[in-house]
Design a protein around this ligand. Structure first.
Ligand SMILES: Cc1cc2nc3c(=O)[nH]c(=O)nc-3n(C[C@H](O)[C@H](O)[C@H](O)COP(=O)(O)O)c2cc1C
Ligand code: SF4
Length: 473
């Protein structure tokens, strides 16, 4: 994982923790109500993929156990991991692109309702993503994948059958003068589709395809009993790529801010039409792309204002997490969007710069919040402490606080703080051990508890048999 060059080690400080009375009277644990969004506290566990769905995208017992454990902590809201809206094989990513996924999703809703005593609102994050190929072996790329063009013929002045053999002998530096930038990228990082590849019919057609796909997925979420959906407009995926300043599509869906926000608004409208009036529909978006020539905080202010004006029920803010600056993957592996500087902004670790890993998203979020009127804004990134959360809420920099890794480190954070037992909390150290597991698509656990009491009755272990899958109770 990428780290800032300063390599300053930041100690995670937490406490003093509040007593029961102070917690009860805090802003964090006060109820929240804004149009459709009604929460019993201003706490939120954002989406985290744990890699526990079946190979064909169904809810498994491990998924039920994972969300049950978070629900026991009774946060105000829990967002189920990024869930694919298309009915296409997507590896062990949870899916909602067909009615056959409904029974599993219904069980998931039931488990969360029971474990949280009905206190936690349950949302599901809906995602679309474009195709990415693994980084190929050089011989496979030149012998099989590369399409020989007139440009190659012109530059090499060789018959077609010799061009592939010749390219295979060249170093990357020499290839730079022969291959196009996209061909070189396909060789060095794996072929990755972009929303700007409008010469491909299925990419040109995304503005027609996506609104009904998101709408049908949201309808299924409502049928399964969820309280609402979070449209995934963040990080490296399709909808965030439409919003990005790198989107230069010339069909009315790229270029200017108005055009870049057009499809996200059309998706929202299509979703709203398919669900009932009380069903919550919000989005997760970026406060900043954090890449060269990407969208800025000003752009995000504009998008958030459009989303607020159109009636989104919440705006959850993340930052970065892009493919453009991600590390080169190893041969046979796919590029992972959290391995470069923008990935660091998304999930900052304790080895950091002067600013450190905490609240990197606070100031941009506060700016965006000031533009969206009453639409609730959720802030994530390095928040683990009661006083820290309370300060953000009291100053009005956000309406709701998201705890991702801290909730993974201790799903009981919310209950412990409420009961005045903050000193019993396992505080996240921001080591990103969990995120490294995510990168390898291994079952995500936290190093603070995954080797603890492995012989306890009923403890389920990871595929390698070394780690427990959920936090001790
Ligand atoms: C293992 C793991 C999986 C994640 N999966 C998702 C995801 O599915 N969707 C999403 O929007 N963010 C995802 N995130 C990002 C988190 O929701 C959150 O924005 C980020 O970790 C920063 O918050 P934190 O400092 O409280 O952890 C993931 C983070 C982790 C650690
Ligand atoms: S492994 Fe645990 S301590 Fe480390 S960052 Fe993840 S949640 Fe925090």
């Amino acid at each position: 994982m990428w780290r800032p060059k300063q390599r300053i080690r930041h100690e995670v400080k937490a406490g003093p923790w509040p007593g029961e009375d102070e917690a009860r009277n805090s802003v964090l644990f006060s109820g929240f109500e804004s149009r459709r969004l009604k929460l019993n506290s201003r706490s939120w566990v954002p989406a985290m993929v744990p890699w526990r769905a079946s190979e064909d995208g169904f809810v498994t017992q491990d998924i039920l156990d994972w969300y049950e454990r978070f629900a026991e902590g009774r946060p105000g809201a829990l967002v189920v991991e990024a869930t694919g809206i298309r009915d296409v094989p997507s590896g062990p990513l949870l899916r909602i692109g067909h009615d056959r996924f409904l029974p599993g999703l219904r069980r998931l809703v039931d488990v969360v309702r029971r474990a949280s005593g009905g206190e936690t609102k349950l949302f599901i994050q809906l995602i679309d993503f474009l195709s990415i190929k693994r980084r190929p072996r050089r011989e496979d790329y030149f012998n099989r994948f590369l399409h020989i063009t007139d440009d190659h013929r012109e530059k090499l002045k060789l018959p077609d059958e010799d061009i592939r053999a010749r390219l295979l002998t060249l170093e990357d530096e020499a290839l730079e003068g022969i291959l196009s930038a996209r061909e070189l990228e396909a060789l060095q990082r794996g072929l990755r589709e972009r929303v700007t590849d409008t010469h491909l019919a299925h990419i040109a057609d995304l503005p027609r395809q996506l609104p009904p796909l998101f709408a049908q997925a949201a309808k299924r979420a409502e049928q399964a009993g969820f309280d609402g959906v979070e449209l995934h407009y963040a990080h490296a995926y399709t909808m965030a790529s439409f919003l990005s300043a790198l989107n230069t599509r010339a069909d009315g869906y790229g270029g200017s801010l108005e055009n870049r926000v057009r499809l996200p608004l059309e998706v929202f409208e299509a979703v709203r039409q398919q669900v009932s009036d009380g069903f919550v529909v919000g989005c997760r978006m970026l406060s900043e792309d954090c890449i060269a020539d990407g969208s800025s905080v000003d752009d995000a202010c504009y998008f958030a204002q459009c989303f607020a004006d159109t009636g989104m029920d919440f705006i959850s803010l993340s930052r970065g997490g892009k493919f453009e600056d991600a590390a080169q993957p190893k041969v046979g592996e796919a590029i992972y969007p959290y391995t470069g500087p923008s990935g660091y902004e998304c999930m900052p670790s304790y080895i950091s710069d002067e600013f450190g890993p905490f609240e990197r998203n606070r100031e941009p979020t506060a700016r965006i919040k000031s533009m969206v009127g009453k639409t609730p804004v959720i802030l994530a990134g390095g928040i683990h402490d009661f006083q820290q959360a309370e300060d953000i809420l009291q100053k009005g920099d956000a309406d709701i606080i998201a705890f991702a890794r801290q909730a993974l480190a201790d799903p009981d954070w919310f209950q412990k703080v409420r009961r005045g037992e903050g000193d019993k909390i396992r505080v996240c150290r921001y080591t990103n051990y969990c995120e490294a597991l995510d990168q390898k698509h291994k079952q995500v656990t936290c190093e603070l508890w995954d080797r603890e009491a492995l012989d306890e009755p009923g403890v389920k272990l990871s595929k390698d048999g070394k780690r427990r899958l959920i936090a001790p109770r």
